[in-house]
Design a binder for this molecule. Structure first.
Ligand code: CA
Ligand code: CA
Length: 500
């Protein structure tokens, strides 16, 4: 009860401080009501999201309460029981902290990272550590610093758990308008991408009690309630030899998961890039990236990860448009932008087959990509202040693994992504209208045939009264079902946002 009162007090104190505006100038405040699913249970979400700007410092907070249908607060997010719990409780409410802007001599953003790219993006491109926010709140860091002649970029996807991505790039100018950069990126343990809700180091998929940090084995959890009774009734109420019997009885169903079974499988990459600034708005570049690790061995494929090369790329930005185009070529076992927007949900995947769950990593699937080459381009356009468009397209062809042929066949590896956001100021009552569609690394995205990489959705925000907006968010992804068929997963969310 103490926790409850304390959290409510902070919640409303926070609301008062920020909403009155007199204490901190430049404070943007939004709040939301909605629902969120934690550990399979639905909670009503009440959130205040103030953004404080003090000079170059920006602090985004996400002060939230989850309340279940019985009116109980989800207490794990407001735990003041000991020092580490207090630190975790407070850190959890910081959405992000940023200093300055990405092009300034010193910039960082810590917390939620919606978009992070290292160099020109051959290894890390448009990475986001909030793909499954707010179910998972990662605290990452995106830092860019310029010392006299050295540029440094550092990205770490998370500080709370084993991060899916830690990347460093160092660059220095030479011959005036040219720059050379070297990068190194690693995921130290892909299996850390498996969800472990109770933090007992046993992923949910193997945890008999996924919400109980003390047990992962049902038979051990039942030891004193059930098995002791079984033993005592067999031994006329005498329980003296119980421990020995329990530990050695092969008839008791055991959870055979061992922590060494799925751990310590790393994947890394290194890259070198050269850039040449032709005019302040036009840049030519070249990039080489090598992935380091091992994928599945098939048909004489050694399994060693491959490399990708952009012999020539161009990046321009002027007025309403930003445009990037690259010629790409790759050896087998390589994917451009391996660390992409959905990396955190793809680094370790669960597959259900033959009556049991097995785990595979994104790295283990790289064997599917043979030697390929082709083009990549991305265009961002802001049209007449009416619509913001983003269009990305990759068209590569070469050798792609065919499950049917059990061999590499000539095929295409294409990616298509599109985003559109409407400026709604000229439509009465509509405050937000945005949509996106993405499908990656498949033979033909214009078939619009669903694959595991298909993701699309839209946000529509309607003003219902002064300062109150109802936002409808719809998302669709596809997952492989137990029958080996792709099933769509639709999620929709209503949020009421209040602008104070
Ligand atoms: Ca667990
Ligand atoms: Ca557990």
């Amino acid at each position: 009860m103490k926790k409850f009162t304390c959290s409510l007090f902070i919640f409303f104190l926070g609301g008062m401080l920020f909403s009155q505006g007199g204490i901190l100038e430049n404070t943007n405040m939004s709040g939301s009501f909605g629902s969120v699913i934690i550990n399979g249970k639905i909670y009503n979400q009440l959130a205040l999201r103030p953004e404080l700007v003090i000079g170059k410092l920006g602090i985004g907070l996400d002060i939230y309460l989850y309340i279940d249908s019985d009116g109980n607060i989800y207490q794990n997010s407001w735990d003041f029981s000991d020092g580490p719990a207090v630190a975790r409780t407070i850190l959890d409410k910081v959405f992000y902290v940023r200093w300055a802007q990405p092009n300034d001599p010193f910039y960082f953003r810590a917390g939620a990272l919606p978009l992070a790219t290292l160099g020109h993006g051959i290894l890390v491109n448009r990475y986001s550590n909030m793909i499954d926010y707010p179910s998972f709140r990662r605290i990452g860091l995106d830092l860019k610093a310029k010392f006299s002649s050295l540029q440094l970029e550092y990205i770490q996807s998370d500080f709370k758990h084993t991060p899916g991505m830690t990347g460093l790039r160092l660059a220095t100018p030479f011959f005036g308008k040219a720059t050379i950069g070297v990068s190194f990126v690693t995921d130290m343990d892909q299996y850390a991408g498996l969800i472990d809700s109770d933090g007992d180091d046993v992923p949910d998929v193997f945890d008999d009690l996924p919400d109980d940090p003390d047990y992962y084995d049902q038979s051990v959890a039942d030891k004193f309630d059930t098995w002791l009774d079984v033993y005592a009734s067999d031994h006329a109420g005498d329980s003296t030899g119980f421990s020995n019997w329990f530990n050695n009885n092969t008839g008791i169903p055991r959870n055979t998961y061992s922590k060494d079974q799925y751990s310590g499988d790393s994947v890394s990459g290194m890259a070198v890039d050269l850039s040449y600034q032709i005019t302040p708005k036009i840049q030519l570049y070249s990039e080489f990236g090598q992935l380091l690790g091992e994928t599945t061995k098939v048909n004489g494929n050694s399994g060693s990860l491959g490399f990708g090369l952009v012999p020539l790329g161009i990046y321009t930005h002027f007025g309403i448009a930003q445009f990037r185009a690259e010629y790409r070529t790759a050896t087998k076992n390589f994917l451009f932008s391996y660390w992409d927007q959905s990396y955190d949900v793809n680094r370790a995947l669960i597959q259900y087959s033959d009556g049991q769950d097995s785990i595979f990593t994104k790295e283990s699937q790289l064997y599917r990509y043979g030697k390929t080459s082709g083009f990549y381009s991305h265009l961002s356009l802001a049209l007449l202040n009416i619509i913001d468009l983003g269009l990305g397209y990759q068209d590569m062809s070469g050798q792609i693994w065919s499950d049917a042929e059990a061999d590499y066949v000539d095929d295409s590896n294409k990616t298509f992504l599109a985003t559109a956001a409407l400026n709604t100021s000229f439509i009465p009552k509509v405050k937000k209208a945005a949509a996106f569609y993405q499908q990656s690394n498949i033979p033909n995205p214009f078939d619009f045939k669903a694959s595991a990489t298909t993701v699309f959705g839209y946000d529509i925000g309607l003003e219902v009264s002064g300062g109150v907006m109802i936002v409808y968010k719809a998302r669709t992804t596809y997952v492989m079902g137990p029958d080996g068929k792709l099933d769509p997963v639709h999620s929709m969310q209503f949020e009421t946002q209040v602008i104070f």
